[in-house]
Structure formats: C-alpha cells, structure tokens
Write a protein that binds this ligand. Structure first.
Ligand code: SF4
Length: 180
C-alpha cells in the first residue's frame, strides 16, 4: 500500500487518564501493520503540534470538563471527517462525571483545601477553569462512532480501525461493553 492510500488519524485526550491511549498502544505488533495503512498526523503519541486542515479519522478519549476540552473537541469535529468517542469517559462521562452530583465549589474545596496536607489553595494560574458539569463528547459535538470500555480493549480498537481502513462502517457493540 502506498502512502497515498493511507488514511490519516488524529487522536487526543480530553479529561481522561490516558488509559484509552495505552490500550491503543496495547495493539502491540499490530501497530506495525497499522503503520502501513494509517498516518497518525496528530496525537500525544507523536510530535506534531497542530491538527492538519483535513483528517480522515479523529479519536477522542476523555470527557469535556473545561474550556480547553471543549475547544479541542470542536476543533476535532471541524477538521475530522469521522469522529470516534473512545472509552467510557468520552462516551458517557464515566469517572470525571462522578463529580456532577456535587457543586463545583464543594468539589474544588474537597480536592484542594480539605484534603491538602500542605499549602491548601485552589489552582488558578495556568489551568483552565472547570465547567460546572462534565459532559460526554457527544454532549458538545456530533460523534460518528462510539467505542465504550474502560478502557476499550486493544482488540476492539483494532477492529474499529480495520473496518474503517477497509471502507466499512464498524459496529463496536459486537466487541465492546461499558466498564472493564
Ligand atoms: Fe481512563 Fe477508563 Fe476514562 Fe479511558 S475510559 S480515559 S481508561 S478512565
């Protein structure tokens, strides 16, 4: 397969733990096969610093918890022909959304004041302000493919990408489930 035939893929993590990206890497030797068919043009896994104008497939891990997450999700939607929500945090909010039943002030105090052993204070410089509520990716932009799991197994990620490379629409419900 020539470089011209490769599909371009961009990945990013929003409010996530990077576990979904670790699962991507868990494809192990299949990554070599993938590299023959896919160009990763933007990702925490590569050095590229800006999203190309047009990308075939965008993959987002994590939920939308702050302005930076929202901006990146919108940027991916604008630039990517097809957008994948990867993992339970992206699909339904999962762990980050566990703070949703509580007031943001109470969450911030609990995390940075009540449980701090030294210098209790809320971070205010160099970090984006948190939204009152955490949202899944499809709560802010349209999503084309949902891949649940915490994290989704490497086999499921391989299946989804293989189907897309083959020009087919993947059905992740066959190979994924919510939770572990
Ligand atoms: Fe981490 Fe699980 Fe969320 Fe993926 S779905 S970012 S593994 S907590």
């Amino acid at each position: 397969m020539t470089d011209q035939a490769k599909i371009t893929v961009a990945t990013a993590w929003l409010d996530g733990c990077s576990g979904c990206h670790m699962s991507f890497l868990d494809m192990d030797e299949r990554l070599i096969e993938l590299a023959r068919q896919v160009d990763i043009v933007y990702s925490p896994l590569v050095d590229t610093k800006s999203l190309p104008e047009r990308v075939d497939v965008g993959i987002l891990e994590g939920s939308v918890s702050n302005e930076d997450d929202l901006e990146l999700a919108r940027e991916f939607r604008r630039h990517c022909r097809l957008l994948i929500s990867l993992g339970d945090c992206a699909v339904n909010g999962n762990v980050p959304a566990m703070r949703n039943p509580f007031k943001l002030d109470a969450v911030m105090d609990r995390a940075y004041v009540e449980t701090a052993t030294i210098q209790p204070q809320r971070p205010s410089v160099g970090v984006p302000a948190l939204f009152d509520r955490v949202r899944p990716v499809h709560g802010v932009v349209d999503v084309d493919v949902f891949v649940p799991g915490c994290p989704p197994p490497a086999d499921a990620i391989w299946y989804v990408l293989s189907e897309l490379i083959a020009g087919r629409t993947p059905d992740p419900t066959r190979v994924t489930k919510f939770g572990a």
